[in-house]
Design a protein around this ligand. Sequence first.
Ligand code: HEC
Ligand code: HEC
Length: 405
Amino acid sequence: MIGRVRGKAAGVGLAALLALACGDLLTSAPDPGDTLDGPLDGLTAPEMSAFLRGDEEFARRFAPSTGLGPIFNDVACAACHSADGRGRPGNALARIGSPADGFLAGLGGPQIQDKAIQGAIPEEIPPGVPVSLRLPPPVFGVGLIEAIPEATILALADPDDADGDGISGRANLVTPPGWVPATEPGSGPGPRVGRFGRKAQTTSLLQQTVEAYLQDMGITSDFLPDENRNPLAGPAADAADLVLDPEVPASTVFAVVNYIRLLAPPAPGPMTPARQRGATVFSDIGCAKCHVPVLQTGPNPVRALSNRPVPMYSDLLLHDMGEALADDRPDGGASGREWRTPPLWGLRLMRQFLNGEAFLLHDGRARTIEEAILLHGGEARRSRDLFAGLVAADRAALLDFVGSR
Ligand code: HEC
Ligand code: HEC
């Protein structure tokens, strides 16, 4: 959303810019280039106009008259992915069930929709089932993530810890739904390498987008034309949404997929001697074994995505992070203790775009980078302990480095 504004910024007052930029969460006007919603460099003119069209759809706020509900979590993609960055606890999604129990569909799974339009009944978390609270990750850079060859990710996996370093990342191999068009990266028949979502449970941006429309906003599409309903509400509640299905055509879905695909990650901050030291420590104490600094995309029909470095600090693999972080909710091939290594790019701007606050880890429980590191367990236990044992100067350098990405 700010992307469109950016070009015009010179002529727009600060107050107007802040208001336009999803404003209430932005603490100060971003410096040039410090946005989370700018396009990749080097887009062609048609790619750029597709980007702008998708930007509008990503920002579009649905209402009951345009198809919202019957049950939903929020009214726009941009409402949860604030300024295209990460979300906060108010936008967390509660997920229940597992592949083995059909994601407790009869109780409202896989995801609890806690809001409803008039006449419908919101879902409630059923008592006694494990609930996985998940904060929205950023959406910038996801096109680069999608463009990394599966072989690159699989080459980083070490499921049996053959090298004996205590770290055994593995890919979440999942079978994509049949409605994902064969022309989309990550489409079936599968199994394919999952890369999106907190447990890397989704293989394509198209699937992520279609399911977000249906599950998060109650918007049906050509891909999933049947409304998501509260199974415990009666037929009267089912009839509350009067808009004809599908509520958005495939072209709208493709516009949004294209938009997020072409979003650039923000550049890291300047390298200083202290940060150089921090980068060395990051590697020395094993952070870089999971938070792999750079992967590379393969050949891609979009030139801006083709053979590019992806400095996201992730291997996109699943790691057992120990009991304290476990959610006991399997997803695809991921267990109740495993999480995808989250990319660390953009941490530099996280507070500026979230009203000065930080919400880290899958459920946002950590409020500083240091706290997030100290909560690492399982495969990351050794690395966490080495961090805890660092002398003050090295610890500060590491935190400064990570916070400057
Ligand atoms: C109610 C809040 C909410 C809304 C609305 C929402 N999302 Fe999300 N989004 C999330 C959460 C939470 C996750 C992580 C889900 C998980 O891990 O299970 C997520 C994950 C994603 C991801 C994966 C990013 C990554 O790196 O793993 C993408 C892409 C995405 N959303 C795009 C969209 C699009 C496009 C829309 C609108 C069509 C949308 N989202 C609407 C909350 C939301
Ligand atoms: C075994 C793999 C592994 C190692 C080693 C590791 N991490 Fe992580 N890291 C993860 C995973 C997986 C998560 C997500 C856990 C969750 O969401 O509950 C994570 C989360 C984080 C986060 C929070 C990111 C966010 O957006 O919420 C930061 C910051 C971080 N790690 C930094 C580090 C640093 C610094 C080190 C070295 C001291 C390190 N990690 C070592 C796997 C690892």
